[in-house]
Design a protein around this ligand. Structure first.
Ligand code: SAM
Ligand code: SF4
Length: 473
């Protein structure tokens, strides 16, 4: 097996330089990192607890304690409806033809359920209505499918029941549904940030993903959003897609730079869920490409694609956290910084199908099947799939992992103040950091650690392989 993986690392496009990371991954000491990137789980968004079957009331108690200390929270609502299913997507979705006779009732139901679940959260945690929301995210799925009256009703509920005084409002849509009238309604409702998936600016690749829009649709959305006064526009691009070449990625990055976007999310295609049911990102079963066993670019080419992003964006854009690039003139993506930066790491509450909520002491993931989600709500139950608690040691470990994923330097004084233990004395963390330093993946100067360029490229693998308490103690 390992021989095949090493061969895949060697397989590069000769017109581009061989990425230095191929040598790093070939070293025996990094065999676990290589295995991780071959297995390819989506592991940079969820930081699991270490106490299984944590009782729900304990979760609410932990959340209440976090909220009592939190300056603000990240609140998100997830709308699962989509008009088609992309071949790469493992997000929990409900597919609907918006023109079909059943569509209006379904959209009403989705909004009703979201509000119903939010009311359950508020009943359990009255503080939720008082802690200022730092950023409110309307995520999808495709919330841009919602009819105007349903969107209005949903937003009115959130504004009436949460503290939006200082909140930034961000909306995630799908380009084919982000019409100018819809964008105008978003502005009226107070949204200032817009995000959508392009995946690529090549019509061939967009079609290959099973998506029903074109590159031109994306350009039009950007023009309209600018004219309507959106302050920030973020576009998702993916690399490592079937039939995608290194040239294709260069063209996409060139195009992205020409568009002068405030933010760009540049994600490698992940084909395996983080764990079968342990993520709000990818829990709803295999995607179409997994079922078909699609052929992907080699590992060597994937890292050439990643290297191009650094080369093309360097100078104009900064990466913070991993995969999220912001223009020099814009702040880092606020919601990501709020949950990963060491000096923040505020609680987040996610309402909707597959939502993933987290505070210092526990994390919770919602059901990902819409019928089961509906049944739970009909029975007056919180629609939870699983809850895990975090021991004090795991809280410190997760705090360190999240901070590493932010790609910002870690200051031990800040860490100690937050977790009551030093990075260099907590046994799992100290051992992992020392090993990473020895292997050239991390620098330490006095009380501050920062990832090296190789460490930054491999951060997802690093945080998911090197901080396992059961392996290190
Ligand atoms: C849930 S989508 C929401 C955006 C919107 N529904 C759209 O498609 O335009 C968020 C982003 O996650 C990324 N994504 C989804 N599945 C992925 C996968 N398997 N691997 C890597 N990125 C993925 C895509 O870039 C997508 O735009
Ligand atoms: S990528 Fe976006 S549009 Fe495509 S199925 Fe997933 S959530 Fe829906």
């Amino acid at each position: 097996m390992r021989a095949n993986w090493l061969q895949s690392l060697q397989d590069i496009d000769r017109h581009y330089p061989r990425p230095a990371i191929c040598d790093v991954l070939s070293r025996p000491e990094n065999a676990d990192l290589l295995e991780y990137v071959v297995r390819d789980p989506f592991g940079c968004h969820v930081f699991p607890g270490d106490i299984d079957d944590f009782p729900l009331p304990h979760f609410f108690r932990a959340m209440q304690e976090s909220l009592a200390r939190a300056p603000y929270l990240h609140l998100w609502a997830y709308i699962p409806t989509c008009r088609y299913k992309c071949h790469f997507c493992q997000f929990p979705t409900v597919i609907v033809n918006p023109q079909s006779p059943r569509a209006p009732a379904l959209f009403r139901d989705v909004v009703d359920r979201n509000i119903q679940e939010a009311r359950m959260w508020l009943a359990q945690l009255p503080a939720l209505s008082e802690v200022p929301v730092g950023e409110f995210n309307l995520f999808g799925g495709t919330p841009s499918l919602l009819p105007p009256e349903e969107l209005q009703r949903l937003m009115q509920f959130y504004r009436d029941n949460f503290t939006f005084r200082d909140a930034t409002l961000r909306f995630e849509g799908e380009p084919g549904t982000l019409t100018r009238p819809f964008l105008a309604q978003l502005r009226e409702l107070g949204f200032s940030k817009l995000s959508f998936g392009a995946q690529s600016f090549s019509d061939r690749l967009i079609k290959g993903c099973g998506r029903l829009h074109q590159a031109e649709t994306c350009y039009q959305v950007i023009r309209d959003a600018r004219e309507l006064g959106f302050a920030l526009i973020s576009v998702d691009l993916m690399y490592g897609l079937p039939a995608q070449t290194v040239d294709d990625v260069r063209d996409d990055l060139q195009q992205a730079r020409a568009l002068d976007l405030s933010h760009l999310v540049f994600t490698k295609l992940h084909m395996k869920p983080f764990a079968e049911t342990r993520t709000g990102v990818s829990a709803a079963g295999e995607n179409a490409w997994q079922r078909r066993d699609a052929t992907l670019p080699s590992l060597g080419q994937q890292y050439q694609m990643r290297a191009l992003a650094e080369q093309w964006l360097d100078g104009d854009y900064l990466e913070h956290p991993t995969m999220y690039f912001h223009h020099r003139s814009a702040a880092p993506e606020k919601w990501k910084a709020m949950i990963t930066d060491l000096d923040q790491q505020v609680p987040e509450v996610a309402i909707g199908l597959g939502g993933s909520s987290k505070c210092a002491g526990a994390e919770l993931i919602n059901l990902t099947d819409y019928a089961a989600y509906q049944r739970a709500l009909d029975n007056g139950q919180q629609p939870v799939d699983s809850v895990r608690g975090m021991s004090p040691a795991q809280q410190a470990i997760n705090g360190c992992k999240m901070a590493l994923s932010s790609l910002q330097p870690l200051d031990d004084a800040v860490f100690r103040q937050k977790f009551g233990v030093s990075l260099f004395s907590q046994p799992v963390i100290a051992r992992a950091l020392a090993e990473l330093q020895q292997h050239g993946l991390l620098h330490r100067r006095d009380q501050t650690v920062r990832l090296t360029p190789a460490g930054r490229v491999l951060v997802e693998a690093i945080i998911n392989t090197r901080f396992d308490a059961s392996l290190n103690l």
